[in-house]
Design a protein around this ligand. Structure first.
Ligand code: A2P
Length: 309
């Protein structure tokens, strides 16, 4: 299962997980089964909103790896902030399991639960229909209930800036175990990462390779470091994160990449030296800062390098 990190509640999380966003229903079951059975992944990252959890569940069962050996994460969608258990129950049924290892608030943006669309409600002006009256502290209370009921082992957040975490932490009974963010060498979010470390919250990286058509894979600095260690550039990008204590969640439906992302990340995390890490740490500040994911929430999420729409 590869290296693991310790969470603030004592549980362990595999440092490399398979991402499933944008994995098509027809492809994802095979990808998940291959990752678990043939490669050694023990961590699958899902979300209700990805629309492919049924097939992810099929893939987990087809792998033959026992449920207890797989770390499964899913995420609460915005239109369900006022009915967490309903969204979670759908996810559990989709995946065909009776508990999750980790459940995350997908975005710090409650959406109108009675709007004109179950996933992306909009206002007449075309903007997303945000549920401004709903408080994140109440979402978090319901998340905590799911732990008490035994439906999830750990809870965390995703796409939360320091400002958004500060909204829920003062009244939280359970500290989030992770914050899943867009993290990679072009968007390292150094300040937020050190804040998370100070709170005992493990960062998780989505789009660690910079998503589809990524310029990261041809970055000169990353590529030269890869050549130095006889690694691939993708290995270096992933190993960099793992070496820094960040969970890497590369998405792929291609067997060769699913395999090399896992073995390569582990090899790179061991081989990268302090000078390599320093160079990679400095790429964004040297003019390469770039975000690839800008979702259309008409709300200031409080991130650096991410102006509100
Ligand atoms: P595919 O799923 O067709 O293999 P990210 O995890 O940063 O979002 O990146 C996912 C994208 O990068 C997908 O388009 C995926 O394609 C592709 N990808 C995943 N692993 C690799 C790799 N090792 N080398 C090149 N592209 C990759």
């Amino acid at each position: 299962g590869g290296p693991k990190f310790k969470l603030n509640n004592g549980a362990e999380i595999p440092a490399i997980g398979l991402g499933t966003w944008q994995s098509k229903p027809g492809e994802v079951a095979n990808a998940v089964s291959y990752a678990l059975k043939e490669v050694g992944y023990r961590h699958i990252d899902c979300a209700w909103a990805y629309g492919n959890e049924k097939e992810v569940g099929e893939g987990i069962r087809a792998s033959g790896v026992p449920r207890s050996e797989v770390f499964i994460t899913s995420k609460l969608w915005g239109t369900y902030h006022n009915r967490v258990e309903e969204c979670l129950d759908q996810t559990l049924a989709n995946l065909g399991t009776d508990y999750l290892d980790l459940y995350l608030v997908h975005w710090p943006v409650p959406l109108n639960p009675n709007g004109n669309h179950p996933v992306f409600p909009t206002l007449p002006n075309g903007k997303r229909d945000v549920y401004h009256e709903w408080k994140l502290t109440d979402t978090w209370k319901q998340m905590e209930e799911m732990v008490k009921k035994g439906k999830v082992k750990s809870i965390g957040v995703s796409n939360f800036s320091e400002a958004k975490l500060e909204e829920i932490l003062p009244s939280a009974e359970i500290i989030p175990v992770v914050d899943q963010l867009e993290l990679h060498v072009y968007n390292p979010q150094h300040k937020l990462i050190s804040y998370l470390k100070s709170k005992g919250i493990v960062p998780q990286a989505y789009s660690p390779l910079g998503s589809t058509g990524s310029p990261l894979l041809t970055d000169e600095v990353a590529t030269s470091i890869a050549e130095k260690h006889s690694l691939q550039t993708a290995d270096v990008l992933l190993g960099y994160l793992v070496a820094k204590g960040i969970v890497a969640l590369p998405k792929s439906v291609t067997p060769a990449r699913i395999a090399s992302n896992f073995t390569g990340a582990i090899a790179a995390a061991e081989k990268l030296d302090a000078a390599d890490l320093e160079k990679l740490d400095g790429l964004a500040a040297a003019g390469k800062q770039k975000r690839f994911i800008t979702p259309p929430w008409p709300v200031d999420l409080g991130f650096e390098n991410w102006p509100p729409l």
